[in-house]
Design a binder for this molecule. Structure first.
Ligand code: PEP
Length: 254
């Protein structure tokens, strides 16, 4: 964590909770948030609950985001949602390229740059998720995979656009498995991503961009992860559903 980058703690609720549990959870988080000056906190809620969740979050520094979007501005795309719809129900940010979108639903790398452009066009702050699968890590292909995902998603971005972007490094083998990346693994991947951004999109962008770690984050490992130079926050799945796990992550002691 660098002094210049504000810590960013985000929960990804995935396809979990019902309306009443989602509202209870957001009320609890809101009640425990400070003024938001020293850390940014956000939840990525199921789209059908965004309007209710963002209504509760209103007036607090809590960010509310969608878990996915399509890149077209509207039209015959049954089952999809565009950025303006998500904004209208109170989302201020969106996940792009979560590993479940890539690997369960087969979203191709080429979509990610279109989604990032669409998010920025529609005034949503994108969080681009990247990360390697187990066989890729075992085959020493982690850097190659990250490079390909970053290149296809970000290569055309301008400096002012990069400023609104966050990256989440989420090794696929660590998501929902209880197996967290070691500090060395996380440090190496985050340093690789920051260096790539600095080389391709400018030194200033490399210094400013926040890179979150995601993959089995818990109250027990958050402090060690956040102590790493290039880790600026965490994206939390399972543990973000329970206040007794998510609140200590939000309130980790730096
Ligand atoms: C995620 O969904 O992005 C995630 C990291 O999940 P978990 O924390 O459950 O591994």
């Amino acid at each position: 964590m660098s002094d210049g980058r504000k810590p960013y703690i985000a929960g990804n609720w995935k396809m979990n909770l019902d309306r009443s549990k989602a509202l209870d959870l957001i009320k609890t988080i809101k009640g425990r948030l400070g003024d938001g000056n020293d850390r940014e906190v956000a939840v990525f809620a199921p789209s059908v609950y965004l309007a209710d969740v963002s209504a509760v979050a209103q007036g607090s520094p809590l960010g509310v985001g969608a878990q996915n979007m399509y890149y077209e501005p509207g039209g015959a795309f049954t089952g999809e949602l565009c950025g303006t719809m998500l904004r209208e129900v109170g989302a201020d940010r969106v996940l792009v390229g979560h590993s479940e979108r890539r690997h369960v639903f087969g979203e191709p790398d080429e979509w990610m740059s279109r989604k990032i452009r669409a998010a920025l066009r529609d005034s949503l702050l994108p969080v681009l998720c990247v990360g390697e699968r187990l066989e890729e890590r075992k085959g020493n292909k982690t850097d190659r995979v990250l490079k390909k995902q970053l290149e296809s998603a970000l290569i055309d971005l301008q400096a002012d656009e990069v400023r609104r972007l966050t990256i989440a490094y989420e090794p696929v083998w660590a998501i929902g498995t209880g197996e967290v990346a070691t500090p060395d693994q996380a440090a190496a991947a985050h340093a690789f991503i920051r260096k790539w951004i600095a080389q391709k999109l400018g030194a200033e962008s490399g210094e400013a961009i926040r890179i979150l770690y995601g993959g089995s984050v818990s109250p027990d490992n958050v402090k060690a992860l956040m102590a790493l130079d290039d880790v600026d926050g965490v994206l939390v799945g399972g543990a973000s559903l329970k206040p007794d796990l998510f609140l200590p992550i939000i309130e980790y002691d730096s």
